[in-house]
Design a protein around this ligand. Structure first.
Ligand SMILES: NC(=O)c1ccc[n+]([C@@H]2O[C@H](COP(=O)([O-])OP(=O)(O)OC[C@H]3O[C@@H](n4cnc5c(N)ncnc54)[C@H](OP(=O)(O)O)[C@@H]3O)[C@@H](O)[C@H]2O)c1
Length: 343
């Protein structure tokens, strides 16, 4: 794999910190690294891949020379900086939802649709951290037995909202156990010892934006515009890992055994499914791991050709940083860095 220069915007955030760990684990071929964050973090020193980096505020000049810009900031800040990074010559891999549904932006889970990267025009995007594990588990089934309908309910960790939400869960839990008040700041209600059927803002159709992202992104990544999808997204007091209860209707019958086999054969999916021994994927076990874990695979007896399953994935790894790094590895493998005519 050829080496490249990288810029990381949002290097101090929940995703950014995991990102820096994973590029070390995978020995990502970065010949130079620049780290960017907000004013608050300027001057922080972080050593990564043996290089000591000083965190800067992003500027067009500072971005010049980067082959790849990993952007892991809010959507609003991505919208501002992604075009500037492209103009400076970098291929952007964006973690926010801002560009995902733009027809000119490949939305990629490399195991599923790496070929879509060939059509990039400077910006590529990773999916939402609930969509990625869903398509990882369902795409191998869809390839052999087309999926007609998906109903998914999520149990999402607070790290999906970022560092501030992790602090809120920690502090609010302590306060509640001590009988003290800790008013919610990040969420509309207390998250400690609670379950919130509310992730992102509500749309006119009664769904939340998070639920609508699952619908649209799943169809785009799987090139399956006709799959019927309904989602309910729920925030739970867990630090890391999103869990999902998934129900699918297929074109033809499929046994749970066959479904387990096709999922287990897919790269990046592990089946842990021995409920009699109380073995199924759990957030506490999956945190810090790369694969998407699937268990509780069974017939959905409420419909013909139905399957039900449970999946768990580390939202900061495969749900965000790892997927972005895998896109970069694929870009280097397919020789798709920006050329002057693509800028
Ligand atoms: N968390 C997940 O599981 C997950 C999964 C998939 C996608 N995403 C997406 O990834 C992005 C980052 O999420 P996160 O959870 O890492 O959020 P976070 O923990 O809140 O981190 C935000 C990062 O943005 C930086 N930042 C804030 N204002 C900035 C500015 N004006 N200029 C440059 N950098 C600035 C922050 O720097 P300071 O430290 O200096 O404040 C921090 O490094 C979001 O778009 C999110 O939707 C997150």
């Amino acid at each position: 794999m050829r080496s490249c220069s990288i810029a990381v915007l949002g290097a101090t955030g929940a995703v950014g910190q995991v990102f820096l760990r994973i590029i070390e684990e995978r020995k990502f071929p970065a010949k130079s690294i620049k780290l960017f964050a907000s004013k608050r973090s300027v001057g922080k020193r972080i050593t990564v891949l043996g290089q000591e980096c000083v965190v800067e505020e992003p500027t067009p000049e500072a971005l010049r020379g980067a082959d790849i810009a990993f952007i892991s900031v809010s959507g609003e800040i991505s919208r501002q900086w992604a075009p500037i990074a492209v103009k400076a010559g970098a291929l952007v891999i964006d973690d926010s939802s801002t560009f995902r549904m733009d027809p000119n932006v490949p939305l990629v889970v490399p195991e599923v649709n790496a070929d879509d990267l060939r059509h990039h025009q400077g910006i590529t995007a990773i999916p939402n951290c609930t969509t990625t594990p869903l398509v990882m588990a369902l795409y191998p089934i869809h390839k052999v037995n087309p999926i007609r309908r998906i109903v998914v309910d999520t149990y999402q960790a607070v790290s999906g909202t970022g560092r501030a939400a992790m602090d809120e869960l920690r502090e609010q839990s302590k306060a509640q156990l001590d009988g003290k008040a800790y008013p919610p700041r990040v969420y509309p209600h207390p998250i400690a010892f609670n379950v919130l059927p509310h992730v992102d803002t509500f749309l006119d159709n009664g769904y939340t934006k998070e639920e609508w992202k699952i619908v649209q992104e799943t169809r785009k990544i799987m090139h399956a515009p006709d799959i019927a999808i309904s989602a309910t997204t729920v925030r739970v007091p867990v630090f890391t890992c999103h869990s999902e209860a998934v129900h699918v209707e297929l074109a033809h019958p499929m046994s749970p055994e066959e479904a387990r086999e096709v999922m287990a054969a897919f790269p990046g999916v592990e089946v842990v499914d021995d409920p009699r021994q109380s073995r199924y994927p759990l957030a506490l076990d999956v945190a810090g791991k790369d694969p998407v874990y699937v268990g509780r695979v069974r017939r959905d007896v409420s419909v013909p050709n139905g399957l039900a399953m449970w999946l768990v994935s580390d939202n900061l790894r495969k749900g965000a940083a790892l997927n972005a790094i895998q896109i970069a590895e694929e870009v280097l493998k397919q020789d798709l860095l920006l050329t002057p005519e693509r800028r």
